[in-house]
Structure formats: structure tokens, C-alpha cells
Ligand binder design. Structure first.
Ligand code: GRF
Length: 325
């Protein structure tokens, strides 16, 4: 792994049943290069087979029946268990509970689910029987981000599985299961590595920078940069630096309130800020992006402030106008 490789992501797996997907995640996590580890297996069914397997493999478990509890209270207990082991992602693997919107929101982008259909087809139950009844040539499996709407979050990966003549829901389910066990570990690995991936970070920064009025992108000394104003006389308000000048950081360079603020931020929060070579001397602050727990609202705010520091009056006016809506 490169020098800058993050610690392995800690995953809490929520299950209700047999846990074959949990087992696929668990055994893959034991490979040398796995970017994640299973920190907890938690279930709403104390009798779930998945719990016994996790225990045998030395994984921490948590079980709490939902019977007689409100949805909020049960979710809170499950979430608490995940937090206690320091989980940074939750992988739902046959977890047969609908989660409360607040819970889902808190884990936005960090909670995945596996669903046995080619989403957006066949959300909900009986997916294989429905695919066969519709005369589809393929069933399959999807891993997606969990959002408030059932099985509707961004699809992170899919595998199609051919439907053969005389296929039954059971025979298809059995084959799809093989695909599930291939898909989930790979997609989870890719997903947890995403916040350290320069391409993914650049796309996010670019979206935020170009959402500000009168902006355009222009490369500067090999780095992507964003300017406000016209193509001719615009000024840079941000640069993207991918481990430049020997630093391990992937960072966003923005103008901040001045040298004092820059030095103070770098001293107080060295995990979050750095003083970039060359640029630092002229007041550019490095906001470190390849680290756990980046607050993207704060990144957007920094970009906005930097934009304000150099934007011409006409751009400011269009921003003021937009703010009124
Ligand atoms: C799988 O088919 C998965 O796609 C669905 O629930 C089932 C869980 O099976 N969400 P297992 O408990 O992982 O064996």
C-alpha cells in the first residue's frame, strides 16, 4: 500500500438471517490488501445464524430483538452499538428492517445495502419471481447507497445473472447468491477507498467550485484550478493539489483570512490543514482532503469565502441575487 494509505475502514454489518453475504465480507476482509475490517455484526434477531458465525470467527456481535420496541429506540440501540466499536460504515446484508430517516441521514454516503435485482427494477421483495414472470433475460444483484427511499440510492455496482429456461425463483436465487458474494466485497472495498482517491476528490471539488457564479476551470502548472471572472481577466480562487512537491496530501488550496489565520489553522489542526510549498507563502491554505471525516459543507464554505475574496463586483451581485431566493 502507498505510504499515504488510510487505516482500514471499520464496518458494522447488520443482518437478520443466514449471513452468507456477511461471511463473504468477513473472509474478504481477511485478505492482506483488504481496505476494510469487520468491526461488528449486529442483528435484530438474536437467533440469526450470522451471529453464531461471527462469534466463531472472533468478531464482536450485538443482538437486540425489535419486538416490543419503537423503531426509533431499536435503531438508536443498533447505531449505538456501531458507534461503540468505532464503525465508519454500515453494510446492510439481509437486514430486514426499514430504518428511520434520521438514522439514514446520519450515515448518508456511509451505509450500503445489497439487493437481489438489477435496480431500479424490482425494489422490495420477491425480486426473482418478478423478474421471471416479466420474461426478463436476466436477474441480478445490486449494491447501492441507502437513502430514505427503499432500494433507491445511488447504485455502486451490479452483476447481471442470466435467467435460464425453466428457471424457478429458488434456482435463480441460488445463482444470484454467487454473484452477490463476488459483488459486495469488491464494491465495499472500492467505496471505502473513494475518499482517498484523487479522481473522486477532484470531481467533488470541481462540482463545488463550478457551482459558484462566473467560474471556469483552468490548469495552472499542471494542477486543476478555478477562476472567477472572465476567461481573460479572471482570478484564481482555488487549486487542486495532488501530492505536489513531495507532500502526502491531496488538498484544496484556497485563500483564507490572511497569514495569521493560515498559521494558526495549520498549527492547531495539522490533520486538516497544511501550508503548501510555494503557494503557502502567498496566503494559500491547504485543506487536506485525503483523510477520514472530511466535512464537505466546511470545504464548500472555504471555497465560497475564497471566491468572495477575489470575485469582481458583477459576480458578487449575481451571488447576492441568488441568495435572495
Ligand atoms: C440476499 O439475497 C441479499 O441480496 C438480500 O438478503 C439476502 C441475504 O442473504 N438483501 P444472506 O443472509 O446474506 O445469506
Amino acid at each position: 500500500m502507498p505510504e499515504t494509505a488510510p487505516q482500514r475502514a471499520r464496518i458494522a454489518v447488520f443482518v437478520s438471517g443466514r449471513g452468507s453475504n456477511m461471511a463473504a465480507l468477513l473472509y474478504t476482509s481477511r485478505l492482506d490488501d483488504a481496505p476494510y475490517e469487520i468491526a461488528l455484526v449486529a442483528s435484530n434477531d438474536p437467533g440469526a445464524e450470522a451471529l453464531a458465525l461471527a462469534e466463531a470467527e472472533g468478531i464482536a456481535t450485538f443482538a437486540l430483538s425489535h419486538k416490543g420496541m419503537t423503531r426509533e429506540a431499536h435503531d438508536a440501540a443498533m447505531e449505538d452499538a456501531a458507534r461503540k466499536v468505532g464503525a465508519d460504515h454500515i453494510a446492510l446484508a439481509g437486514y430486514m428492517r426499514i430504518l428511520t430517516p434520521d438514522f439514514v441521514k446520519r450515515w448518508e454516503g456511509r451505509m450500503l445495502n445489497i439487493h437481489p435485482s438489477l435496480l431500479p427494477k424490482y425494489t422490495g421483495l420477491d425480486t426473482h419471481a418478478r423478474a421471471i414472470a416479466a420474461g426478463d433475460t436476466h436477474g441480478g444483484v445490486s449494491v447501492h447507497l441507502v437513502t430514505e427511499d427503499l432500494d433507491a440510492g445511488e447504485v455502486l455496482g451490479q452483476i447481471a445473472v442470466a435467467i435460464r429456461p425453466n428457471e424457478t425463483a429458488e434456482s435463480l436465487a441460488e445463482r444470484v447468491r454467487f454473484a452477490e458474494h463476488q459483488l459486495y466485497p469488491r464494491v465495499l472495498a472500492r467505496h471505502v477507498a473513494r475518499p482517498y482517491d484523487a479522481g473522486w476528490l477532484l470531481d467533488r471539488v470541481r462540482d463545488l467550485a463550478l457551482a459558484l457564479p462566473q467560474t471556469h476551470e483552468r490548469e495552472s502548472h499542471g494542477s486543476p484550478g478555478w477562476r472567477v471572472g472572465t476567461e481573460k481577466s479572471g482570478k484564481y480562487f482555488a487549486y487542486f493539489s495532488d501530492q505536489h512537491h513531495g507532500t502526502p496530501h491531496i488538498s484544496l488550496l484556497v485563500k483564507c483570512g490572511g497569514m495569521d489565520e493560515l498559521e494558526a489553522l495549520v498549527e492547531d489542526q495539522p490533520h486538516a490543514y497544511h501550508k503548501p510549498a510555494y503557494y503557502g507563502a502567498s496566503g494559500w491554505l491547504g485543506v487536506i482532503l485525503n483523510r477520514p471525516g472530511v466535512d464537505w459543507d466546511a470545504v464548500a464554505e472555504r471555497l465560497h469565502r475564497s471566491w468572495q475574496a477575489v470575485a469582481p463586483k458583477s459576480a458578487m451581485r449575481s451571488m447576492d441575487a441568488a441568495d435572495q431566493f
